[in-house]
Design a protein. Sequence first.
Length: 188
Amino acid sequence: MTTIEMDVQSAWDALENAILPSGYRVEITEGKIIMTPQGECQSDILIEAAPQIKKQLAGQGKVLSDVMIDFPSRLYGYAPDLAVVAPGSERNSRGRFEWHSLEAVIEVLSKSTRDNDFTKKLRMYAECAIPLYVIIDPSDGTCTIHRHPTRRGTYDELEQISFGEDLVLPLEGREIVVRTDGFPRDDC
């Protein structure tokens, strides 16, 4: 495994020797460590989507779930529900992938994460030039696809599809299609 040096301090450094409880999602927002349990509905969607993505990647990239990604910030440390890592990406000296390795991020909303997913994460992912950000909302049965990030912290293109329609992820030089008809609708 080749490693690359990271020039920026990572928000995850604050947790380097911490013992974290299992079954909780840990992220850092505005310098605050936030631990939340994953809901059954979120879990069902991730279990449904991840194998579809992995199979279609066919070794051309990698899909990660709830894995720490180093972002260029001491205040924000995110572990996306699903992250698609570009082919040929290398881990840094901490053994983690960095923001510029990501082709897509998928987050599944819950009541407790709604504000973060639609504001803070959207802004961070756009500022970091992550090409594709998808928010899956089981409470209304939709997937919102954000494309063409700007340095202003927004995306220039937005598309919404309903559960039951195919979720198309246009990646660099290839396209991944995720069937959503098995996604549960629920008020997570």
